[in-house]
Every structure is written in structure tokens, then in C-alpha cells.
Design a protein around this ligand. Structure first.
Ligand code: C5P
Length: 215
């Protein structure tokens, strides 16, 4: 049985005990991929940031994390045992340098938060990937989809990248539907027009793992 690791959802980066930085990711795309991968006979490890979706059935493992650092630790520990990884999570790129231990009080002036880069988990996996492992990333862009996606494919040493436009209400973050273009490391370009994330997940897995079939 092939083992696949899938990340989903946003991460939360704490500012103080009551506030955090996050993004609009709902986790629907990653959860749909996990469900579709189970149906195709994969042993699925789902590593999820905070979402309101119910846990897919028949997973090999379900790991809930909150921050980018927790997600990085959970992913890096398991990746060497996997045949493939699909990084669908919208990991925060920046986190506050200091987390205040008490609630930050407001005053008359502005509040300046200093943020530092989080680890790019996908890029780390690209560096440690073995020849038998397939690594798939996502790219959410507001413009220049193809150029940014293909640059990421090369820079992060991926086998595939699924790129989608965000900033539109009919697709992407929060929506039940999405349209993506899949770019392969060997020059493949496959367009998947707007459809439900559930259907899209099936189509993406069919394209990447044609030898597996859904039951
Ligand atoms: O560079 P960018 O953030 O647009 O790349 C998106 C891809 O990288 C997604 O697959 C996402 O899951 C992954 N990523 C990551 N760790 C980060 C940022 C993004 O794994 N800190």
C-alpha cells in the first residue's frame, strides 16, 4: 500500500494569548485530496491546521497542528516514510518574533509587530526528497499564475505543482469549487476547469498517479 502525506488548512501564528495571524484557507481542497487518496487505496496521513471540517474516514493517521513550526515538525518526522507528499496547506509565511505572554493592551498610538519568516516546509522536503518520492505543491496566486508556478516547481524541486488563482469569490479559498492548472517537472501542463474540490481532487490524483484507480 502506497503511503501519502497530505497537509491541509491554514496555520495560526500567535501574537499574544488571545490574538493570532492566519489566512482564509478552509482546508477543503486538502481534505478532498485526503478523501480521494483513501478511495484510491493510499495509506493517508493527513496533517491539518485548524479547520471546521470533519475528519475524513479511514485515514492511516490524522495529526492536528496549529502553527507553522508544529506543522513543519509533524511533516518532517513522517516524510522519510512516505511515497508521496501533497502540500496543500496555506502555511503562514511570517510569524511574530515575540509572542507576548500577556494580552497586549491598547494605547493611543500605533502597534508595531515584527514578523520573521517561517520555515518553507515544502522547500525543505524538496531538498531531502529521495528519487522514489513524489513531491507535489500548491501555488495560490493573484496574477502571473504560470510564471510563478513554474518558478516554484523548479526552486522547490517538485514533481508537480497545482496552481490556482485566488482573490476571486467563485473559486479558491473558502469556496467549494476551484480551477487549477497542473504543471509537471517534465513540462506537462494540464488544465482542470472550475469544478467541485471533491471532483478536482479525484482528477489531480488520476493525473499524478494514473496507476492507482478509485474504488
Ligand atoms: O511559495 P508559496 O508559499 O506560494 O508556496 C506554496 C506551497 O508551499 C504550498 O504547497 C504550501 O503548502 C507550501 N508552503 C510550505 N511552507 C511554507 C509556505 C508554503 O510548505 N512556509
Amino acid at each position: 500500500m502506497k503511503k501519502i502525506l497530505i497537509t491541509a488548512g491554514p496555520t495560526r501564528e500567535a501574537i499574544d494569548p488571545v490574538r493570532y495571524i492566519t489566512n482564509y484557507s478552509s482546508g477543503k481542497m486538502g481534505y478532498s485530496l485526503a478523501e480521494a487518496a483513501v478511495k484510491r487505496g493510499f495509506a493517508v496521513t493527513l496533517i491539518s491546521g485548524p479547520v471546521t471540517l470533519s475528519r475524513p474516514e479511514h485515514l492511516a493517521e490524522f495529526v492536528q497542528v496549529v502553527s507553522a513550526a508544529e506543522m513543519a515538525e509533524a511533516v518532517k518526522k513522517r516524510f522519510p516514510l512516505m511515497d508521496a507528499a501533497i502540500m496543500c496547506a496555506a502555511v503562514a509565511d511570517y510569524r511574530p518574533v515575540c509572542i507576548s505572554q500577556s494580552k497586549i493592551k491598547k494605547n493611543g498610538g500605533n502597534l508595531l509587530l515584527t514578523l520573521e519568516r517561517t520555515e518553507d516546509i515544502l522547500q525543505t522536503l524538496g531538498k531531502i526528497k529521495q528519487p522514489h518520492q513524489q513531491l507535489i505543491g500548491f501555488a495560490a496566486e493573484t496574477d502571473s499564475l504560470q510564471a510563478y508556478a513554474q518558478e516554484k516547481l523548479r526552486r522547490k524541486n517538485l514533481d508537480w505543482i497545482a496552481a490556482n488563482l485566488v482573490g476571486r469569490t467563485d473559486r479558491g479559498f473558502q469556496s467549494d469549487d476551484n480551477a487549477v492548472t497542473l504543471y509537471g517537472a517534465h513540462g506537462e501542463i494540464i488544465d482542470f476547469p472550475l469544478c467541485s474540490k471533491r471532483e478536482l481532487a479525484e482528477k489531480i490524483l488520476q493525473a499524478i498517479f494514473p496507476e492507482s484507480s478509485s474504488f
